[in-house]
Each structure stands twice: as structure tokens, then as C-alpha cells.
Design a protein around this ligand. Structure first.
Ligand code: BEZ
Length: 304
């Protein structure tokens, strides 16, 4: 059994269809079917139920699928990490969700660059879920996100829990004073949530915070990203719940008010490939803690 067999089987199991799997693998269908038969013969068990369309896995097939996915992710990780270790030019590729740009990310990167000028830093804006795949594909080395998704190949460190706040149009009656709002006040509002996809996303975190208190806004509108949500708030289309750092956006047509609800928080997360303990990542984590110390932000220190 070779890695090729695992890749072929995972494509068939994911696509539930031999034709689509062959297209995805850029091979013809007959050799694909042959390779799957070979794999079943080698293992001495049936992985796919005969004659099923869409393809149905046997119990052994479902077991093999889960473990094959893990092995393929490990193989990809081994490739990217070995390349990294062999690199003479040091690089750090960062995936980030938009809200971190309005908060501490610029300060963290400025410090990192001044302390480690020999490391080239690259940036990719993406959702937390996209960061998980980009880490496994070796596109990024660290992801700064907000959604606590589980993946056996990813190590996730919760850096801190950030308070959530409300973004209101400047003309909103509550915007005249800086008094905090309560989540209950949102029952009479149209709430703009983001990002619409991929899910789960920050939108689900906001909806969970509301449903924990059985609060249903008048209307919920899902939009593609943070900037659209805040732009539509400015246009008077509704209100949005955003992490505290989004105040850094500073717009004249939007007012940000704190929430009285103490459980309304969103985590800032540091995600890396499970076994990656490279120097650049350890240094990046140390710089983040330096910035938290300088800003008087409370956190629970972890090591890689
Ligand atoms: C934070 O706001 O806690 C944060 C933002 C970006 C990177 C790391 C931490």
C-alpha cells in the first residue's frame, strides 16, 4: 500500500463518485477503479459497497477513510516542514481574519520585524476555517482567527478572550450617549452577521451568544465580511456585533458601544501545524505576549 492508494481512495470517498474523483485526481476512471481494487485486495477487505451509487463506504471503508485523511495530512505536513527546516532564508507566512488588522496585529508584526529583521513576513487574509486548510497545505505557517474548530493536525492556542461590542449607525438613538448596551436591546434591531461562509464562522459565535440568552433580533442578515457589515451599519441598514478591536477602524458614521453582557466574548487564536515548533513561531508567540504585557492585557501563557 502506497500513499497514492490513500490519495485515490480519499478522493473517491470524498466525492462519493468515481468519475468526479478521477477528474479531481487528473487521471482516467479505469486506472482509478483498478487502484481501488488493488487496495482492497491488499487489505483483504471491501472498502466500498458493491454497486452503490453514490458510492457507499463499508464500516472498514469509513475507518480507513478517517485514518487515510490523517496520514495524508501528516505526509503534507512532513513535506512543508522539511522544506522549512532546509530553508536558508527564513520566512513566516501569516493567515489572519480581517478584525485582527484593526487591533493588535499591526503592532505585533512591527515588533516582530524590528526584533527579527532577517525573517521575511507574508500576509494572507482568510477566515479561520480557510486558515486550517492553508496550514495543512503549507500556504501559511500561523493563523490568527476566532473560531474554535477542532482538527487533529492543528495545534490551537487561545491567546485571549476579547469582549464583543455593538456597531451602530451614527444616527441611531442609542449612539448619542456612550452608555453600554445589553444584548436584549438587539431584539428590536436588524443584526448584520459575517462571514456568511465558510461555516462555522464568527457569525455562528455571535448567534450562539444570542441564543444562549434566548435573544432573537428582529431580523438577521448574513453578509460576506466584516467591512461589508460595518459599511452597511454606516448606511443605516442595521447593527453588528464585532470584537472590541474593530473600534480601531474609526469611522465618523459608525458608533461602537460596549456590551454589559460579560459572557459576550470572542477568542483570539493562534493556530499552527501540530508538530511545528519552529523558531519563528516561538518568537512570534513571545512577541504577542510582549505586546499583551505592554498593553496590560490579561492572558494565559502557553509554549509551543
Ligand atoms: C489579538 O488581538 O489578541 C491578536 C491579534 C492578532 C494576532 C495576535 C493576537
Amino acid at each position: 500500500m502506497e500513499l497514492r492508494h490513500l490519495r485515490y481512495f480519499v478522493a473517491v470517498a470524498d466525492e462519493k463518485n468515481f468519475t468526479r474523483a478521477a477528474e479531481r485526481l487528473h487521471i482516467a476512471q479505469p486506472p482509478l477503479s483498478r487502484q481501488i481494487r488493488q487496495l482492497e485486495e491488499d487489505l483483504g477487505v471491501e472498502l466500498i459497497e458493491k454497486g452503490t451509487r453514490p458510492v457507499k463506504l463499508t464500516a472498514a471503508g469509513a475507518f480507513f477513510h478517517a485514518h487515510a485523511q490523517e496520514l495524508l495530512a501528516k505526509a503534507a505536513e512532513l513535506k512543508t516542514m522539511t522544506r522549512r527546516v532546509g530553508q536558508i532564508e527564513r520566512t513566516l507566512s501569516i493567515g489572519f481574519v480581517a478584525s485582527t488588522l484593526y487591533g493588535l496585529l499591526p503592532e505585533i508584526v512591527r515588533r516582530f520585524r524590528s526584533q527579527y529583521p532577517q525573517v521575511e513576513v507574508a500576509f494572507h487574509e482568510m477566515t479561520t476555517m480557510q486558515q486550517m486548510q492553508a496550514l495543512k497545505d503549507g500556504v501559511i505557517d500561523v493563523g490568527f482567527g476566532r473560531v474554535k474548530s477542532e482538527d487533529p493536525n492543528i495545534r490551537r492556542i487561545v491567546l485571549r478572550e476579547e469582549r464583543l461590542i455593538v456597531a451602530l449607525p451614527a444616527a441611531h438613538p442609542r449612539a448619542a450617549s456612550s452608555d453600554p448596551m445589553s444584548l436584549v436591546d438587539l431584539q428590536s434591531e436588524c443584526l448584520l452577521v459575517y462571514p456568511k461562509s465558510p461555516r462555522p464562522s464568527f457569525a455562528d459565535q455571535v448567534l450562539a451568544v444570542l441564543s444562549e440568552r434566548a435573544i432573537t433580533p428582529l431580523k438577521i442578515v448574513e453578509v460576506r465580511e466584516l467591512q461589508i457589515a460595518v459599511g452597511l451599519v454606516a448606511a443605516g441598514q442595521g447593527v453588528a456585533i464585532v470584537p472590541d478591536s474593530v473600534q480601531g477602524m474609526r469611522r465618523d458614521d459608525v458608533v461602537f458601544l460596549p456590551l454589559t453582557d460579560r459572557h459576550a466574548v470572542s477568542p483570539s487564536m493562534f493556530s499552527v501545524r501540530k508538530l511545528d515548533r519552529s523558531e519563528e513561531l516561538q518568537n512570534m508567540l513571545a512577541v504577542i505576549y510582549q505586546v499583551y504585557d505592554a498593553a496590560g492585557i490579561g492572558y494565559h501563557r502557553e509554549t509551543l
